[in-house]
Ligand binder design. Structure first.
Ligand SMILES: Cc1cc2nc3c(=O)[nH]c(=O)nc-3n(C[C@H](O)[C@H](O)[C@H](O)COP(=O)(O)O)c2cc1C
Ligand SMILES: *[C@@H]1O[C@H](CO)[C@@H](O)[C@H](O)[C@H]1NC(C)=O
Ligand SMILES: *[C@@H]1O[C@H](CO)[C@@H](O)[C@H](O)[C@H]1NC(C)=O
Ligand SMILES: *[C@@H]1O[C@H](CO)[C@@H](O)[C@H](O)[C@H]1NC(C)=O
Length: 384
């Protein structure tokens, strides 16, 4: 081998593996004619996967709005790993199973409320900057798909406006941050949450400090909870005494805190690192679910467990379900799909439902409830 060729090879081997925001699905070469400058989007019926929405959004949202969504804390190492962690685990598909009706087994109970599938629309606050329909559009899409929507406390539209958009009988939850309010203000807020009709409160516990978001800071678009915040069991107990709505804890990242939540009789736990926007290095919902599965698997029987972070396909959802997770949250992809308005969010949910169906079929599941941890395995040649 020529010395030069050898050095080139070495260079390739040692070069940092470039991180692509999303897989290349051919959009770049398919849509060369799009008038991106005037905000033209690919036809919605040509959106093939959730990552296509990110491609579309990247072309039409300005840098400020895009940076407020597509950012993670610090080096963005956890942001990358949230999506990439799923690649470290492969499937163990079974064959000779009648899988034709697996799509009829998706019904999921979340705190006693029935939804059409174990996938939900989670909390984020910048919806109106992506599309005028904002949270109202998200609520309508959730109704159309009969999936749970957890409305963010940082929503731009009012509680009343968002609640008015809910369909008859539609169940949604309200996300909450401790903002250091007086007891009076807190009580009034909790009462309003109940009055408008949310059926549970998701108390976000992963943002005691401000998120150290370098990219977001470049564009001056920080966190919805940028103050130093008191998040303690005492505060949780107080919150619990002030409302009869069930309170779930969003932002559990360790088996210790999961156990503590069970001991405190918490309604449910939500494994999440806040889309990797708070602490660079914090584990994704998938990594935390693996930790609990290894160290205290009984927790999945003791309490409902939800998880999010980097979920971009029906296959990712299946990997979380295999560990005992009840329902899986999706953040950024739904936000990107909102560039098409309500219709886009519906389309994103339909894509997930379709992917969940065909992936479950190829995995050999007659019923979604048949999945367990024997359906996944740490890969021999994991990229991580
Ligand atoms: C733009 C944006 C805003 C967010 N705002 C909130 C929020 O107001 N409250 C909250 O608990 N989590 C918030 N999150 C975190 C999400 O609820 C969720 O945990 C995370 O987005 C899941 O990861 P994913 O985006 O990879 O699906 C936000 C995330 C993003 C991307
Ligand atoms: C499941 O898929 C079949 C077609 O493959 C369809 O006829 C049926 O309506 C679907 N059921 C549900 C609950 O979506
Ligand atoms: C949810 O569905 C079950 C049947 O699977 C039913 O018994 C129950 O009443 C439903 N719950 C609600 C709140 O509709
Ligand atoms: C970016 O878009 C948002 C939402 O449309 C708008 O409010 C903001 O002014 C825009 N910023 C710039 C720099 O164009």
């Amino acid at each position: 081998m020529h010395a030069l060729a050898f050095i080139t090879l070495l260079g390739t081997a040692f070069a940092a593996r470039p991180w692509l925001y999303a897989p290349d699905t051919g959009a770049d070469i398919r849509y060369t004619e799009l008038d991106i400058a005037s905000g033209e989007l690919p036809p919605i019926n040509e959106i093939r996967c959730l990552d296509d929405f990110e491609w579309a959004a990247r072309n039409v949202l300005n840098s400020t709005v895009m940076a407020s969504i597509a950012n993670g804390a610090g080096t963005e190492g956890s942001y990358r790993l949230n999506t990439e962690a799923f690649q470290a685990y492969g499937f163990r598909p079974r064959t000779m199973v009648d899988i034709r009706k697996v799509n009829e087994t998706f019904k999921t109970s979340i705190l006693g409320n029935n939804f059409s599938m174990p996938i939900f629309l989670t909390s984020f606050g910048v919806a109106t900057r992506v599309h005028d329909v904002g949270e109202v559009g998200l609520m309508k899409a959730a109704a159309d798909q009969n999936i749970l929507y957890i409305v963010s406390i940082s929503a731009a539209q009012s509680q009343e406006e968002i609640a008015d958009a809910a369909a008859d009988g539609q169940v949604y939850f309200q996300q909450f941050y401790n903002q250091g309010w007086s007891d009076e203000k807190l009580q009034a807020y909790l009462d309003s949450v109940k009055k408008y009709g949310a059926k549970a409160i998701a108390f976000t516990i992963d943002s005691a400090g401000d998120g150290d978001r370098w990219r977001a800071a470049r564009w001056d678009v920080g966190s919805g909870d940028s103050e130093t915040t008191l998040i303690t069991w005492e505060f949780y107990d107080k919150l619990k005494s002030m409302t009869d709505l069930p309170i779930l804890l969003k932002g559990i990242t360790t088996v210790e805190d999961a156990k503590a939540a069970v001991e405190h009789g918490v309604a449910a736990i939500y494994l999440s690192n806040h889309g990797a926007r708070q602490l660079d290095g914090a584990p994704s919902g998938f990594e935390t679910a693996l930790e609990i599965h290894e160290e205290a698997p009984e927790i999945f029987q003791q309490i409902e467990v939800y998880a999010d972070g980097g979920v971009r396909s029906g296959g990712d959802v299946l990997k979380l379900l295999s560990l005992g997770v009840t329902a899986v949250g999706i953040g950024r992809p739904f936000l990107y799909s909102l560039v098409y308005g309500t219709e886009g969010v519906i389309k994103a949910a339909e894509i997930l439902r379709h992917e969940l169906t065909i992936n479950a079929q190829n995995l050999g599941l007659a019923s979604l409830g048949d999945i367990d941890s024997t359906y996944i395995k740490r890969r021999l040649f994991a990229p991580l």
